[in-house]
Design a protein around this ligand. Structure first.
Ligand code: ADP
Length: 501
């Protein structure tokens, strides 16, 4: 066969082979594409959550009770000419029970519950999000009284124009059209949930849409105890289990975290083949939820020493500073991404913090790095998380609370949005100044209490974990400032003047 014959064959067959491959690829892509057949929308049968399963959100519950009344007997309100809300926006941090509250409203009022996450509207192909909203509302309208619950509404309801996502915009417009389309008859209510109210498009919050907004706050100590009771209900608890103490130790945690702690405690008890869940299982679960799972990182001897002094530095500062909570436990057992940790569990809920307390917090965070520098003359990468948190605190102090060092602080904080280079520079230098001052104080505190630092680090290297009473023993000789009366107070006052000068 001559070479020109082969070339001829190729010229003849190549387009056919090419076409065949093309058809094959088109066929395969079509097979992989999701079926555009509309997914069935059904009410959520899991909405069997009553008010009693939602604990500690009394204000939100009281406001939502009104909605339950409308849904139960809309005629009573209509006859008196009352217009009932169509849209309710629940906003608050994740895990505070927003979904749970919406389900409870449906259950208590006997309404059908249609739940969709707004994120699922925008993941789909162009136009499908809007179509889905239409069908969702059609379906709900046919099964009135009904609740349409839209979770994470910010996924479609973020301020328009902030990006160029036309699919998202179409979906949002369709939602607005639907909400405007039904009258305030009281038998169809849309409940949406969001973690970021400030990000929402103003059009969503107009009268006739989500004009009623309810803040779902993280639970206070009584609320946390009630949530723990809900989630331990029916579980075999040991007689020593003290839920009020666990509630006190979990300040700042949301309902979802508490549910998680109860579940983890049961898992710990089951692993040990116990018949009841003990207080130690709750302690272990709390540690796991806050600090992560124990990991198997093997540190060499030098690394262990560095971590021990780093954590001892945090704990020592926490002992000595009045503005931060003392450590509940220090550990150098690696957990999750952390090589060691100091648990500072607040003893009470706090809603306001003073400037001095925020500065103390920064000093405590920098205590780890300061200890490393003093003991080893060098710092390691271990402090990156601390540094991020210090940067966060100093940024909010300067940008939001006008707590910088100079008189122009107020002006700097008041200027939001786009700022001039000069303002940016001033802000940066204020922030830097706060952080530098905190670092200087941390270095001073630690060098002045070197003996206690060595004591804490030695205890950690020996036992890996120091509990509150062990820390107390090491600190015994140190005359902690918060408890030592006039002398202690004087030292603190001097320290504070030092920071502010
Ligand atoms: P959100 O919607 O605010 O993110 P969820 O309602 O999904 O939070 O809460 C997640 C889980 O946390 C719930 O299923 C429940 O187990 C638990 N939880 C949250 N808040 C509460 C509460 N107030 N009472 C009881 N359980 C709660």
């Amino acid at each position: 066969m001559h070479w020109y014959q082969i070339e001829n064959d190729i010229i003849t067959w190549a387009p056919i082979v090419f076409m065949a491959l093309l058809v094959f690829f088109i066929w395969r892509t079509m097979k992989l594409m999701p079926k555009t057949k509309p997914q069935e929308i059904k009410p959520d049968s899991k909405a069997s959550v009553g008010w009693k399963e939602v604990a500690g959100a009394d204000e939100a519950k009281a406001e939502l009770q009104e909605v339950v009344d409308f849904l139960r007997d809309p005629k009573r309100f209509r006859d008196l000419g009352a217009s009932v809300p169509k849209g309710i926006l629940l906003h608050g941090p994740p895990g505070t029970g927003k979904t749970l509250l919406a389900k409870a409203v449906a259950h208590e009022s006997g309404a059908s519950f249609y739940s969709q996450s707004a994120a699922s509207f925008v993941e789909m192909f162009a136009g499908l999000g809007a179509a889905r909203i239409r069908r969702l509302f059609n379906e709900a309208r046919e099964h009135r009284p009904a609740i349409v619950f839209i979770d994470e509404i910010d996924a479609v309801g973020g301020a328009r124009g902030s990006d160029n996502n036309s699919e998202r915009e179409q979906t949002l417009n369709q939602l607005l059209v639907e909400m405007d389309g039904f009258g305030s008859t009281g038998d169809l209510v849309v409940i949406a949930a969001s973690n970021r109210l400030e990000k929402l498009d103003a059009a969503l919050l107009r009268p006739g849409r989500f004009d009623r907004q309810i803040f779902v706050s993280p639970p206070d100590v009584g609320g946390r105890e009630a949530i723990l009771r809900v989630h331990t209900h029916g579980k075999p608890l040991g007689p020593e289990v003290d839920l009020p103490i666990i509630a006190r130790q979990t300040s700042g945690l949301a309902g979802a975290d508490l549910a998680n702690i109860c579940n983890e405690a049961a898992i710990f008890a089951a692993r040990e083949h116990r018949s009841t869940i003990g207080q130690e299982h709750f302690e272990a679960a709390l540690e796991r939820v806050i600090a992560g799972m124990q990991s198997r990182k093997a540190l060499n001897e030098h690394e262990r020493r560095v971590v021990a002094f780093h954590e001892a530095g945090h704990a020592l500062c926490a002992e000595l500073l009045p503005g931060v909570d003392r450590a509940h436990r220090i550990s150098i057992v690696p957990r999750g991404r952390a090589l060691g940790y100091t648990l500072n569990l607040p003893e009470e809920d706090r809603y306001l913090k003073t400037r001095d307390e925020l500065i103390d917090q920064m000093v405590m965070l920098l205590g780890g790095r300061a200890a490393e520098e003093i003991v080893f003359g060098a710092c390691t990468t271990g402090a990156s998380n601390d540094l991020e948190r210090v940067a966060d605190i100093s940024r909010t102090m300067v940008h939001e609370y006008a707590m910088g060092t100079s008189i122009s602080s107020l002006k700097l904080a008041a200027e939001g949005g786009a700022v001039s280079d000069r303002t940016r520079e001033l802000r940066d230098s204020e922030q830097q100044h706060l952080a530098d001052e905190a670092m200087r104080r941390a270095m001073r505190l630690i060098s002045e209490h070197r003996e206690q630092l060595d004591g804490l680090a030695a205890g950690l290297l020996r036992n890996e974990v120091l509990e509150r009473q062990d820390i107390d023993r090491v600190m015994e000789g140190a005359a902690p400032r918060r408890q030592s009366g006039a002398h202690g107070l004087r030292v603190v006052a001097a320290e504070r003047t030092g920071t502010e000068s």
